[in-house]
Design a protein around this ligand. Structure first.
Ligand code: GLP
Length: 251
């Protein structure tokens, strides 16, 4: 596991975008796993900017969403599909048909989850972007999730709903349920890239990276993967005991 402490949030976004750029340029066709959340907005904006300047092309990239809320209207701007469409599809040359996610409007969600699991496995994700919840979740695998879990419908815990409420208009609450790739699904990606910024992430980051692997901290499963890069800013790194393994250039 490589841990990079970037000087600030902007530098963390640039460093993450550098890793995505190297990955996208490494092969003719690539499958990129996308996470959402506030932390991802910086890296995704950086990637979109590089595409707009002609420095990067996503024309041969397929992207796969990690998770999606269940219970929003199909065109709700807070859905993860709408968010990735706005941040990555519209401003880049990524083809709209190249964005894949679970369909939360399928009346048979059990079949939908099985189908999305099959599609993600078939895609062979080369690089998976990840954020971390303040409760240690990855994607929407909440504390208590099996480390062997696959794509499924989950109930969101109150901490997650309260954290994510900032992405919803005033007075609206995030849905209670979501579809998420499982922990085992995520671990199938060839490379993982976790980005965490801000003081609220200090404790989950330290628990995930430096304490024993446990289903109480789903992100600790990253310790089981052979190729993980973690990019953090100084507040998110504050409780890490180990020295960072790699320097990072300033933004
Ligand atoms: C949501 C997503 C996660 C993400 C997390 C962190 O819960 N399902 O994939 O890791 O948010 O979000 P933020 O970056 O907003 O703290």
């Amino acid at each position: 596991m490589r841990i990079v402490v970037a000087p600030d949030r902007a530098a963390a976004a640039q460093h993450a975008a550098d890793i995505v750029e190297r990955f996208v340029n490494s092969a003719v066709a690539t499958a990129l796993g996308i996470a959402t959340g506030e932390t991802m907005e910086g890296p995704l904006a950086e990637i979109a900017g590089r595409c707009q300047r002609g420095a990067l092309s996503l024309a041969h990239t397929e992207v796969y969403l990690l998770d999606e809320y269940v219970g929003l209207e199909p065109d709700d701007p807070c859905s993860f599909a709408s968010t990735v469409n706005r941040l990555l599809v519209q401003p880049t040359d990524l083809s709209p048909g190249a964005m894949h996610g679970p369909n939360p409007h399928n009346p048979d969600l059990y079949a939908e989850c099985a189908d999305y699991e099959r599609r993600v496995r078939a895609a062979r994700i080369g690089l998976q972007l990840l954020g971390i919840g303040t409760n240690g979740h990855i994607a929407f695998n909440e504390p208590g999730s099996s480390l062997a879990s696959s794509t499924r419908v989950v109930q969101l815990n109150e901490q997650t709903r309260s954290d994510n409420a900032r992405a919803f208009p005033d007075g609206t609450c995030p849905p209670r349920a979501a579809i998420t790739q499982g922990i085992a699904t995520i671990l199938l990606a060839r490379k993982l890239l976790l980005v965490a910024c801000g003081q609220p992430k200090a404790r989950p980051v330290a628990r995930a990276l430096e304490e024993p692997v446990t289903r109480s901290v789903p992100a600790s499963a990253l310790q089981l993967h052979p190729d993980v890069t973690v990019v953090v800013d100084p507040p998110a790194a504050a409780l890490l005991a180990d020295e960072p393994s790699q320097p990072c250039r300033p933004a």
